[in-house]
Design a protein around this ligand. Sequence first.
Ligand code: FES
Ligand code: MG
Length: 572
Amino acid sequence: MGELRSARWFSGEHVPGFVHRTAMRASGFARASFDGRPVVGICNSWSELISCNLHLRALADSVRRGVLQAGGVPVEFPTISLGEQLMKPTTMLFRNLMAMDVEESLRAYPFDAVVMLGGCDKTMPAQLMGAASAQVPTIVVPGGPANPATFRGRRIGVGTDLWGYVDDVRAGRMSQAEYEALEASAGPSVGHCPEMGTASTVSAVVEALGMTLPGASAVPATDARRSHVAEDCGRTAVRLAEQGVRPSQILTADAFHNAIAVLVALGGSTNVILHLLALAGRAEVSLGLQDFHDIAATVPLIANVRPAGEHLVEQLFEIGGLPVVLGELAPLLRLDAMTVNGQTLGQNLADAPPVDGEVVRPLCDPVQPPGGLAVVRGNLAPGGAVVKCSAASPELLVHAGPALVFHDMDDLRTRIDDPDLPVTADTVLVLRNAGPVGGPGMPEWGALPIPQKLLREGVRDMVRVSDARMSGTAYGTTVLHVAPEAAVGGPLALVEDGDVIRLDARAGVLHLEVDDAELDTRRRRRAGEPARVAYRRGYGALYAERVTQADTGCDFDFLQGRSSEPAAEPHG
Ligand code: FES
Ligand code: MG
């Protein structure tokens, strides 16, 4: 073990060492805490505003126990936390803010290693991004999925069943008292959304990257084994500190390959594409949208978990958790990738439980064949766009139809249910100004609602194109993340009603059947229009100025890569 980073703060009888020790002793630490033991930060995104992360305060005690067992000094600290449900306009606007908070906390304070406690969608991506830039040894404790909700003796999915009950109330089939009982039972415990939405996908990807312990991601938030995981991670963090294992040794190109394979095999959330691209930028790993397309072309969907399948993460946990998926995928993975427990992914999978054939299917008999994710390009998306084929209607993946354009979300809300809307099932619905700058924050508006007029005719899916994101639990033939977005002058801004849009997800094409001369004319006509400005001051203004486009993960341009350590000799 070389000299610990924290020794620069706490060792020596000189004045700075004295001052730094005094500061910690005022917090109640005895002098023995600074005799050269690793200082392990517990980076906590606990918040009473986020039920997904509410239990992390208690979980930190388990981490603390593990750190102490291994001879380290645990020091818990808070950061900003991001909750999908309450934060407006969208948590994606604040992911980079949290990543900055985490990064600067790690760099500025005397940590030798850090344990990240996260859960809700954006929290773990932000923590990983910060860690990858700060390069302090890091391990993640995912918060785990919540208990599934039940109502009237039936298990309910908050995303889907709720709307049916809302209709029941409107139609007088459900009393106000029952409605209140539903409200009380819809979120029965702490923990993140229990299907393979964004948070569960992120947790699984953290495990595939090797940034948490094997099997950690699927353990339910309320299960005692979640505490065991936290304790184990605390112990592991001390070893990471002693051996100086940097995130860069784990977050390699091979690790990203494995993460993408798992994302596809789970039918996971498209949001995770953005997080992985941003994280790769921090980790200085070359990763592009095309890598997702290429890897997806070789990996089938094998997890029968909602929304792509029938079960919840809880059932995946019961049959052995993510190691089951990873073990079956092994022939398609880079097994030499190093993980935080000091073993390679291949070594960790040596005793992975076999597939059960129901919750996880074998590669030879998958839920869906390879190609669950496609990247499309063309004159409408020169930077690329994303289609979640596993959630789409196969017959619409190759489609050409006239565009019906909504200029922004307000326009869509006003007109979508107009009985005179000029729309048929063949129409391609377009929503623009919903990207990183235009949204702002790239809200999850990408699954545009089907116009009521067509719903009545029995239409359930249409091709929809936008620069927005889509919720991890949503469905439909949606072309998402169009880059560059309309608000920064992307070609999506030039589409007019009636223009033919051609999608061929299999061939990777998204084409606007309008010639270049006409597009140039439209571009010149638009040049005088005032830019859309959501924020004139504060963080929002910084975001609009420096956010990158979806094809590079919407990080800030100035946050890519790593920074150096603060000055070796800390001042008071
Ligand atoms: Fe937090 Fe779904 S709302 S994970
Ligand atoms: Mg979500």
